[in-house]
Write a protein of this length. Structure first.
Length: 69
């Protein structure tokens, strides 16, 4: 149910908002990887969560692009 709610929230956003969310998520992933490499990251499962969020955002962007055609 959680991922369905996240997906619905993403589908209600505009293309610009999705792009902004994607950039933010990628920056967060970079920072998490950097922390992990320097052994400062406590919750390593957060990396997986962010990667899945990026995939969700890209999926919704692709859906919107195909719907526009």
């Amino acid at each position: 149910m959680k991922s369905t709610k996240k997906l619905e929230d993403l589908r209600n956003k505009s293309a610009a908002e999705l792009q902004e969310a994607l950039v933010t998520a990628k920056k967060e992933l970079f920072n998490l990887r950097f922390q992990n490499a320097t052994n400062q990251l406590d919750n390593t499962s957060r990396i997986t969560e962010v990667r899945k969020t990026i995939a969700r955002i890209q999926t919704v962007m692709t859906e919107q692009l195909k719907a526009a055609k």
